[in-house]
Each structure stands twice: as structure tokens, then as C-alpha cells.
Design a protein around this ligand. Structure first.
Ligand SMILES: Nc1ncnc2c1ncn2[C@@H]1O[C@H](COP(=O)(O)OP(=O)(O)OP(=O)(O)O)[C@@H](O)[C@H]1O
Ligand SMILES: [Mg+2]
Length: 311
């Protein structure tokens, strides 16, 4: 992938803490990555590894304890101007994991989809707002008449489409899709993925796609970062990551993917990641290393040499 490409999002040494000053808990620990304009970047890791926290820090819901987040070259974490804040609120949208709980049950679809427009300050004429809602609904394959209904009248897949319409109405450039299909029936997952990919092609959108399962991101992501306990342990182009997973945690995640072939599946060895397997001494601490062009791993010098030997 050429380094000439424009970096739309840059996350540099991002640290996010929760808890009190006396008992802080580091949910995201000096995480760095960038996302090129127009690409789909996958962030994969087990529950509690910090994926949602990173997404919520980018959209400025969580304050950051350290590091920088740049959008289009401008810093967007910490104190920023009102104008930039409004711009970020419009340009960056998030789609949530659970369409059953992320939609306000008491509001009509019409309100839910246009909520972001209200928060932008300037009031649209009612007719224009209704037209925008109708367009957003039809863009995600729903009937404009659905605007007058309530969320409970819809299936999981339709509700996720409403969530996508709510993001699209803002005309974003960048969408953070936080496990957008995990809560959906297997039969409708592909439909939602196809919709996201079609919208990306039509509008040149950039995605941060969050998942806890590598198989989901394999075919839709250009590059993938693997996160474990708040730290990114490996990052590479998708096919490269599947062909040469170096970090034992990535290998464990890969071993958990079910195989279509029943004999292979029966004989498969499920790897369990043991963080103590690294034996880091004081002079042998891990750091972010490039094993081969574009393929990074959190490794000690000793591990790096071993990984390079495997190529
Ligand atoms: N608002 C909060 N207050 C306190 N702790 C939090 C808060 N949000 C997240 N955490 C903690 O930070 C860690 C990372 O949480 P996060 O939700 O980012 O994980 P995740 O990778 O998205 O997990 P999942 O796959 O379950 O969605 C967890 O230990 C979580 O308990
Ligand atoms: Mg999450």
C-alpha cells in the first residue's frame, strides 16, 4: 500500500484511563495507528480489550489521558475550537453494536434518524428535514413510510439499517462501525455488510470496523490491527495477517475461526494465548517493530529475530 495515500485519521500514543485518580485503570495503553482515506481498517480483539473506548475517544465522548488523535491533519482530542468540534460531530459518525438497545424506544424513526441534525445547531426547514429522513431511509433500503413507526416494530437487521441511516443523514466522511453485525442473525449479517460496502463505494467513505472475531473482518478490511488488553499487538494488511500471523495472541484468534471443512475442523488445534509465554527480561522489553514492510508487531528484539526467521 503506497505511503502517498492520505491519512484521514491518525491515532498517536493514545491512552485512555477510567476509575479514580487513586485507582486509575488504563483501558487503552499508548495505541498508535492511522487510517487512510477510503480504506476499511479493522480493529479486532476480545471483549474488554478497549475497542469501543478507542472509537468513543475518536468521537470525543471519552476524554483522553495521553496521546493525540488527528483528523485530516488537525488534532481533535483535548480542547478544540467550537467550529472544529461541530465539524467532527458531523464528519465522524458511529454505528453501534446492538441495534436493539441503541435506538431510543420511545422515539419515532423520524426523530431517531434526524437527531444528529438537531444537535448541529441550525434548524432545517421541516420539509427539508423530512426529505432528508426519507432519503436516508431509502439509501439503506427502507421505505420512507417507516419514519412514522417505532423501533420495536422492526427486525434486528432493519434496526441496524435505521442506525446506519442515522449516521448517513449527517453526510459523514468517516464511520466507526462498532461490531455492527455481531448482534444480528447470521442470515442477515451479509446483507448489512454488503450495504456498508456499497455505501463506501458510492460515497468514498472511510471505515473503522470493530469486531471481536477475525473471520468477520478478513474480507472487508484492507488492514487489520489486533488489540489485547488495551495494547495493539499486531497490524498488517488483511491477507498478510492471515498468511503470517506472528504474535501468539493473533495466532490464538485465528485458531478460533471455524473451518468450513469438517475434517479440518475436527483435527484443528485451538490455541490459547498465555501472556506469560513471552519471558520478557528487563533488557528484552517489547516494542513496536516492523517485521516486513507494513507488518508490525509488538515484540522484543529476540522475538523480532525469530519472526523474521519464519519469513
Ligand atoms: N465508562 C467506563 N467507565 C469505566 N470503565 C470503562 C468504561 N468504558 C469501558 N470501561 C472499561 O474499559 C475496558 C475496555 O472496554 P471497551 O468497552 O472499550 O472494550 P471492548 O473491546 O469494546 O469490549 P467488547 O468487545 O465487550 O465491546 C473494559 O475493562 C471496560 O470495563
Ligand atoms: Mg465494545
Amino acid at each position: 500500500m503506497s505511503e502517498q495515500r492520505k491519512k484521514l485519521v491518525e491515532v498517536q500514543d493514545l491512552t485512555v484511563k477510567f476509575g479514580s485518580k487513586r485507582h486509575p485503570f488504563t483501558a487503552v495503553d499508548r495505541v498508535s495507528f492511522h487510517i487512510f482515506q477510503g480504506e476499511t481498517f479493522g480493529l479486532v480483539g476480545e471483549s474488554g480489550s478497549g475497542k469501543t473506548t478507542i472509537g468513543r475517544s475518536i468521537i470525543r465522548i471519552h476524554p483522553t489521558a495521553g496521546g493525540k488523535i488527528l483528523y485530516g491533519g488537525r488534532q481533535i482530542n483535548g480542547r478544540i475550537s467550537r467550529q472544529l468540534d461541530q465539524e467532527v460531530t458531523q464528519k465522524i459518525q458511529m454505528i453501534f453494536q446492538d441495534p436493539m438497545s441503541s435506538l431510543n424506544e420511545r422515539a419515532k424513526v423520524d426523530y431517531i434518524v434526524s437527531e444528529g441534525l438537531y444537535s448541529r445547531g441550525h434548524h432545517l426547514p421541516e420539509k427539508e428535514r423530512q426529505e432528508k429522513v426519507a432519503k436516508a431511509l431509502s439509501d439503506v433500503g427502507l421505505l420512507p413510510e417507516f419514519a412514522s413507526r417505532f423501533p420495536h416494530e422492526f427486525s434486528g437487521g432493519q434496526r441496524q439499517r435505521i442506525g446506519i441511516a442515522r449516521a448517513l443523514i449527517m453526510e459523514p466522511d468517516f464511520i466507526i462501525a462498532d461490531e455492527p453485525i455481531s448482534a444480528l442473525d447470521v442470515s442477515i449479517r451479509a446483507q448489512v455488510l454488503n450495504l456498508l460496502s456499497q455505501l463506501q463505494k458510492e460515497r468514498g467513505l472511510t471505515y473503522l470496523f470493530i469486531a471481536h472475531d477475525l473471520s468477520v473482518v478478513r474480507f472487508i478490511c484492507d488492514r487489520i490491527a489486533v488489540i489485547q488488553k488495551g495494547k495493539i499487538v499486531e497490524l498488517a494488511e488483511s491477507e498478510e495477517l492471515f498468511a503470517h500471523p506472528f504474535h501468539p495472541y493473533t495466532q490464538a484468534l485465528l485458531s478460533a475461526i471455524p473451518q468450513p471443512d469438517p475434517i479440518g475442523e475436527r483435527n484443528k488445534k485451538l490455541l490459547v494465548y498465555d501472556p506469560d509465554c513471552h519471558h520478557y527480561g528487563p533488557e528484552n522489553q517489547p516494542s513496536w517493530q516492523e517485521v516486513c514492510p507494513g507488518h508490525f508487531v509488538l515484540a522484543s528484539q529476540e522475538e523480532l529475530e525469530r519472526y523474521r526467521g519464519q519469513l
